[in-house]
Design a protein around this ligand. Structure first.
Ligand SMILES: NC(=O)c1ccc[n+]([C@@H]2O[C@H](COP(=O)([O-])OP(=O)(O)OC[C@H]3O[C@@H](n4cnc5c(N)ncnc54)[C@H](OP(=O)(O)O)[C@@H]3O)[C@@H](O)[C@H]2O)c1
Length: 223
């Protein structure tokens, strides 16, 4: 049986990854922060793990919780959008810390804990990035300035870590504009569609694609 880890699985894209992977017969370890979400994940058939990626001590416990597990697929989905402001306003330190800790530092702390378990299975570790993290694509207004900076940083984290873990395939992937709490009800694609697309793209990627940045349709995105 193939084994997956979904970090940030309480709702939205992460929860849909869990639903779909369980449906496809995977063993799924899924993380959430609160008791209700953990109960929901357990009831769905996942191994529920309590984790707040913005708390280093919480992340440190993840390695212990996953001791001996080999991961065919790991997904870092946890993320926050933050204020919808551009470069006319400085971000607050609190907003900067909240967004960077969740979107970037959490991934950097998860990588040394989780990637060896992915290497043990010769598996894949995908990080949900965003087209808004593409520096080449930043040709319009700087709205969501902090979020864009955080996802560009996440992309660098993935690209540079890929070289350190040659037996795993590390991928940054954009889910599209998705109907979730973050994307809103008018977004272009459902979570079901986005996740189905991303799972297909990830299944098609090979070791030589490690360190790449793709969208949910499988196209290479410019850095
Ligand atoms: N929706 C879109 O259009 C879109 C587009 C591009 C990229 N993305 C990316 O896709 C990912 C998932 O987004 P979504 O649309 O599913 O958003 P969402 O519905 O707002 O869900 C965000 C998820 O991240 C978790 N999370 C936030 N902070 C966390 C923390 N400190 N520790 C652990 N988990 C934390 C949330 O858990 P709680 O329930 O505990 O808050 C929730 O499970 C994010 O990385 C996002 O940046 C989304």
């Amino acid at each position: 049986m193939r084994t997956a880890l979904v970090v940030g699985a309480s709702r939205g894209i992460g929860r849909e990854f869990v639903r779909r992977l369980l449906q496809d017969g995977w063993k799924v370890y899924a993380t959430a922060r609160d008791a209700a979400a953990l109960d929901d994940l357990r009831a769905a058939g996942a191994e529920a793990l309590k984790l707040d990626v913005a708390k280093p001590e919480s992340l440190a416990g993840l390695g212990w919780l996953l001791d001996g597990v080999k991961l065919d697929l790991a997904l870092y989905v946890a993320g926050v959008l933050g204020p919808d402001q551009g470069a006319h306003e400085p971000p607050t330190v609190a907003d900067f810390d909240a967004i960077m800790h969740t979107n970037v530092l959490g991934a950097m702390q998860a990588i040394p804990l989780v990637t060896p378990l992915v290497e043990d299975a010769g598996g894949k570790f995908a990080f949900i990035s965003s087209g808004l993290g593409s520096i080449a694509g930043a040709t319009s207004s700087g709205r969501s300035w902090l979020y864009r900076a955080s996802k560009a940083a996440l992309n660098m984290v993935v690209k540079s870590a890929a070289a350190d873990y040659p037996k795993a395939t590390l991928i940054a992937i954009s889910p599209g504009w998705v109907q979730t709490d973050m994307g809103g009800p008018h977004a272009a694609v459902s979570a079901e569609r986005s996740v189905a697309d991303m799972l297909r793209v990830l299944a098609e990627r090979k070791r030589t694609d490690s360190g790449g940045f793709f969208n949910h349709s499988g196209e290479n995105l410019p850095w």
